[in-house]
Design a protein around this ligand. Structure first.
Ligand code: UGA
Length: 436
């Protein structure tokens, strides 16, 4: 099927490449010419495991091309909207400028029977508004939220744990469902559940899923705060409660908390939308989820200060990680970088290392020192702070090796990813998050 994907960021580029890999003819469209040039050459403009292979195969005759000309969307049966919805500069609400701009630009090229499938994360009610904007074209607007995780985006797109499609009532909605079933036929045949809902439910499924995940992380981080004043160990606690299937083990890793381009801004936008709807109190807890999350960054900084005897001034602190999580070069709202910046603000000589995110980090925070080579970064450090749990730091850094690089013996484990006993046995003062 001929498909267009408008917006070629983390979501759109992966979606376009994945759809081409299952046999569709796909045009990816973005206003950023540099991104289009890279993608057209089969190069991923960001780090995402497996994406380069799909782009390479797709652009070399595999039915995938990229352009900055929206007119080339004409003739596609489905137009996926995957542009960003960042947080507004002066409020918690989502900035829908790009979504409206994309849909308005698309309107002249729509033909009756086309399906416009929104994938961006939007405040509930946006799809209804967009439906009226395209009403005169005879196209149908549906909402098809995306649940991919960065670092696993290719797998999550090709083998989604569920497909959700919100459609309007009536014939047009039913016809759009049939079209999307065809688009996703391989995943459906592989057993991915396909849920059909109304527009509002589909929009809410996405934000409530992210709100739940954020709440789960802040829940365990709240327990970490209690563990810290009682001498308990939150990692053991998480393991123990996680055996209860109703609770589950995932997303109960205490540490410096969540970041990235989704969870933080999505819970804020959800609060803002709920306020607008007169239901602010229903999700008032999300404010606390946010506050708990931000407190954990400060806690990690405090542990470094304590570990270094009360001051980090002019001490060399090596920050292991910059990306908001491993297997990504994304530094949007990265707790890791936030910790680095706060330490720098306290006068520490901060050296940051990361296997993928240095370039992005340097652009936003040029005041920090960046060293690509992990061992060089660690050399002569007074303290190490693990803030992104890349295997390079978590599994592949034996404490004895770290000891050979520096006389500093302070390690703060912002992700509770290190073997505390091994580091202590090697002579290090180990500080975890919510662990004794
Ligand atoms: C998140 C959701 O997990 C996806 O389902 C969703 O599709 C995506 O947002 C989106 O809205 O596009 P992502 O932002 O890639 O995906 O990252 P996550 O894997 O959810 O991690 C978010 C943050 O939480 C990271 O900073 C991670 O380090 C942190 N985290 C995660 C914890 O601190 N503890 C945990 O137990 C799990």
């Amino acid at each position: 099927m001929k498909l267009s994907v408008i917006g070629c960021g983390y979501l759109g580029a992966v979606h376009a490449a994945a759809m081409a890999s299952i046999g569709h003819e796909v045009v990816g469209i973005d206003v950023d010419q540099r991104k289009i040039d890279a993608l057209s050459k089969g190069e991923a403009p960001f780090f995402e495991p497996g994406l380069t292979d799909l782009l390479d195969a797709g652009t070399k005759g595999g039915g995938l091309r990229f352009t900055s000309d929206i007119a080339e969307a004409r003739g596609s049966r489905v137009h996926f909207i995957g542009v960003g919805t960042p947080q507004q500069k002066d409020s918690y609400a989502a900035d829908l400028t790009y979504v409206y701009a994309a849909v308005d630009a698309l309107v002249p090229h729509l033909t009756p029977g086309d399906v416009v499938a929104g994938k961006s994360t939007v405040p509930v009610g946006t799809a209804a508004e967009l439906s009226t904007r395209i009403a005169s074209t005879g196209a149908t607007l549906v909402w098809n939220p995306e649940f991919l995780r960065e670092g696993w985006a290719v797998k999550d797109t090709l083998e989604p744990d569920r497909l959700v499609v919100g459609v309007p009532e009536g014939e047009a909605g039913a016809a759009a469902v049939a079209v999307l079933r065809e688009v996703y036929a391989p995943a459906i045949a592989n057993g991915s559940p396909f849920l059909v809902t109304d527009l509002a439910t589909a929009e809410l499924v996405k934000v409530s899923a992210n709100a739940f995940l954020a709440t789960k992380i802040s829940f365990i981080n709240a327990m970490a705060e209690i563990a810290e004043v009682t001498g308990a160990d939150v990692s053991k606690l998480a393991e123990a409660i996680g055996y209860d299937e109703r609770i589950g083990r995932q997303f109960l890793k205490a540490g410096i908390g969540f970041g990235g381009g989704c969870l933080p801004k999505d819970i804020r936008a959800f609060s803002a939308r709920a306020e607008e709807l007169g239901r602010g109190e229903s999700v008032a807890f999300l404010r606390q989820v946010d506050e708990i999350n931000l407190r954990r960054r400060e806690r990690a900084v405090q542990l470094v200060v304590d570990g270094l005897g009360g001051s980090v001034f002019e001490k060399k602190v090596t920050v292991l990680g910059a990306a908001f999580k491993p297997h990504s070069d994304d530094i949007r709202d990265s707790p890791a970088l936030d910790v680095a910046v706060r330490l720098h603000g306290l006068g520490a000589n901060v050296t940051v290392t990361d296997p993928a995110a240095i370039e992005n980090a340097r652009r936003i925070h040029p005041q920090l020192t960046y060293v690509e080579d992990r061992d060089e970064a660690i050399r002569d450090a007074d303290a190490l702070v693990l803030v992104t749990e890349w295997d390079e730091y978590r599994r592949q850094l034996p404490p004895e090796h770290a000891s050979s690089l520096t006389d500093g013996r302070v390690v703060v484990d912002g992700r509770n990813g290190l073997d505390a006993a091994a580091w202590r046995a090697a002579g290090w003062a180990y500080y975890g998050m919510g662990r004794p």
